[in-house]
Design a protein around this ligand. Structure first.
Ligand code: AMP
Length: 305
């Protein structure tokens, strides 16, 4: 069952401000951060759109990792743009501007290789686009998705329609509360699961992640980093590590999802060490494996008896 991993999501030009610096007009987007992380584990095929202003040559690092960019269309107009700011609470991204630009007219068309992918990730993007991708895939072993407040508020009905067809929803805690309209995360996960997804992963930034599935809860910590620079893309690189590991092992049983969540946490911890893609670009698999082992040591304890 192991194999290719299809992702649809945003490819963006981001301007980001954190307490540690700023980055203007950098490449970004949910699908790119996801691909940068997942490509260390599996063959990634990306479906998205860019405008005339996107520096396509800057994606060489993904081509080196054999990411299939044949589904990255170029359309007349400007690329999707996002401007955000983080305060000292790096868990809380404030969106200053969102310009959908070429995503307003985008109609994804999947090729045969895209359709056959056994693992599908609907990264954060318009839920109608996520749905149109699901209409074209053959019969994936696992469909996972992400979303954000922008879509929960603006396109709730379309999002709920997409969720009916999703196996695993990965979202952050503020989004889970907003989506379920429920402050308690255990109850929020139950509400969300009643709408379709069998599993829900709730990302809690520097506090780690929770996984809920059929009477089963798993809690993973975040890696305690001394130097943290830019949280942009942390959620997407988390999802990339998680889905990349699942695709490479071909096993979607809860015990393997637990390991996948730890790989996701490891990828997010690397991503936030530098601005934009700088850390993910130079990251190697042995470094990831070493951090996975550190996670195991971090959470290990002996029962007294
Ligand atoms: P995160 O992993 O949650 O930090 O996601 C960061 C990325 O999400 C940025 O690179 C943005 O370009 C992208 N993004 C922000 N808002 C949206 C949106 N409404 N739809 C799709 N992608 C977005």
């Amino acid at each position: 069952m192991s194999g290719d991993l299809l992702v649809v999501g945003s490819v963006a030009i981001d301007s980001v401000e954190t307490p540690f610096g700023r980055e203007e007009d950098a490449i970004g987007g949910s699908a790119l951060y996801f691909s940068a992380a997942a490509s260390l584990f599996a063959r990634v095929r990306l479906v998205a759109v860019i405008g005339e202003d996107f520096p396509r040559a800057s994606l060489g690092f993904l081509e080196e990792r054999e990411v299939d960019l044949s589904g990255l269309a170029r359309a007349p107009g400007r690329t999707f743009r996002w401007k955000g700011r983080y305060g000292f609470d790096l868990n809380d991204a404030q969106t200053l501007e969102t310009h959908l630009n070429v995503f307003e007219e985008f109609d994804p068309v999947l090729g045969p290789e895209h359709r056959r992918a056994p693992f599908v990730f609907l990264a954060n993007i318009d839920p109608d686009l996520q749905y149109r991708v699901l209409d074209q895939v053959d019969d994936p072993a696992l469909i996972a998705a992400d979303t954000m407040n922008f879509w929960i508020e603006g396109k709730r009905k379309a999002l709920l329609r997409t969720l009916e067809r999703v196996d695993l929803l990965v979202l952050n805690e503020a989004e889970a509360r907003m989506l379920a309209d429920e402050p308690n995360l255990v109850r929020a996960s139950q509400v969300i699961r009643s709408w379709g997804p069998k599993g829900v992963v709730i990302k809690r930034g520097e506090y780690g992640a929770l996984y809920f599935c059929d009477g089963h809860i798993f809690a993973a910590p975040a890696y305690p980093l001394e130097a943290l620079c830019d949280p942009t893309g942390a959620g997407d690189s988390f999802a990339g590590g998680l889905m990349g590991y699942l695709a490479s092992t071909g096993n979607v049983e809860p015990d393997n999802v637990r390991r996948a969540i730890v790989f996701g946490s490891a990828m997010a911890s690397f991503n936030v060490e530098d601005f934009s893609f700088r850390r993910l670009q130079r990251l190697t698999y042995p470094e990831v494996a070493e951090r996975f082992r550190q996670f195991k040591a971090l959470t290990h304890f002996e029962a007294e008896m």
